[in-house]
Design a binder for this molecule. Structure first.
Ligand code: SIN
Length: 347
């Protein structure tokens, strides 16, 4: 009888004190960057150090999680490509189905972190926390932000509170939803913001606190599945501006095989007539799908009846680089502009 009680209590304690099993997938970035001096925070090489070096800088990680690692790539994220995205997505989906893994952290450069996060938010299928993390100062800098960010990301990925929230970004003590987050400053550590929605929570002393729930559909509730894909449809971005000459870019992109174009419009998504007339011609000839977004950085892009009839699609409040991700995935499912427009409402 006593033996049973002691054994029961022991098992309960073991369960309560069990550390989560976290897989870190490393892809490079400034968090793995190396500079020639501790004072240098520019002009360094991003993606220079392996994930083992990043772990060594945060010995406290072993107090909060059992960590395993895999180096997926080691690049400056400005060079991110579809091949690495597909590799990452397939790996994350494998880990979602691995009963020995509780959460996933992806170390990543900050330049395109928002695009990778949103891509994974749409194509990975599971409820486990997936957290992207990076740094604005290289690992060799005085007061590098990477170690603290990594500690926070592991704590977040191991938190039961973080289940079912879609892919997240953990930077500078804050938690952002993948769909809403964007980089807003070239150098400052407080660079990530979510201009339309705000951050969803924060991390303090290894505890994740959530203030908002994510309302847009993600992960298991999207139709996008890249498990059998080896490539993604080509979608490019054009930018409108005074005396716009981007018609030349549109023409070249379509010639090079673009199936979709996202326009970074001015204001509420306006497009200079030089460019718009050419886009209308492309739409009439069914050469390409065109999504209107805005270069402003926040806010919704409305669409008129006339534009709808011409075939234009609104990016909703996605910025151009995120609208591109959704249009690529939409084109893996449908060629119907009305259906694509619906995707832009839901995701
Ligand atoms: C990169 O995106 O790989 C370089 C910049 C950064 O990580 O902050």
């Amino acid at each position: 009888m006593y033996k049973k009680i002691i054994l029961g209590a022991f098992m309960m304690l073991t369960v309560l004190s069990a550390k989560p099993n976290i897989m870190i997938l490393a892809t490079g970035g400034t968090i793995a960057g190396q500079a020639s001096s501790a004072n240098a925070t520019t002009g360094y090489k991003a993606g220079a150090l392996g994930v083992d070096v990043l772990l060594k800088a945060v010995p406290e990680l072993k107090n909060i999680a059992n960590i395993s690692t895999e180096q997926i790539a080691n690049i400056d994220s400005s060079n991110m490509n579809d091949e690495i995205w597909l590799k990452l997505a397939k790996k994350v989906n494998q880990l979602m189905n691995n009963g020995n893994i509780d959460g996933i952290v992806i170390t990543h450069g900050t330049d395109t972190m928002e695009e990778t996060a949103y891509f994974l938010n749409l194509v990975t299928k599971g409820s486990k926390p997936v957290v992207l993390v990076g740094a604005m100062r290289p690992a060799t800098a005085t007061s590098a932000d990477g170690p603290k960010n990594l500690y926070n990301a592991v704590a977040l990925a191991g938190s039961k509170n973080a289940l079912n929230r879609g892919v997240m970004v953990a930077m500078n003590d804050k938690i952002y939803a993948a769909r809403d987050v964007t980089k807003t400053h070239t150098l400052n550590v407080e660079t990530f913001k979510a201009p339309n929605a705000g951050e969803i929570g924060y991390i303090v002393d290894g505890k994740a606190v959530f203030n908002h729930t994510v309302t847009k559909e993600h992960t298991r509730n999207t139709p996008f599945d890249v498990s059998s894909l080896m490539s993604l449809p080509k979608v490019d971005i054009i930018y409108t501006y005074s005396n716009d000459g981007s018609q030349v870019a549109s023409e070249a992109f379509v010639k090079a095989g673009a199936k979709g174009l996202v326009v970074a419009g001015s204001g509420a998504g306006s497009i200079h007539e030089n460019s718009k007339n050419y886009l209308i011609k492309l739409l009439k000839e069914k050469k390409v799908f065109v999504v209107k977004s805005s270069r402003v950085g926040s806010g919704l892009v409305p669409i008129s009846k006339e534009e709808l009839n011409q075939g234009f699609i609104s990016a909703n409040d996605l910025n151009p680089q995120k609208a591109r991700v959704l249009l690529m995935l939409a084109l893996t499912k449908t060629k119907d502009p009305r259906q694509i427009a619906k995707y832009f409402e839901y995701y």
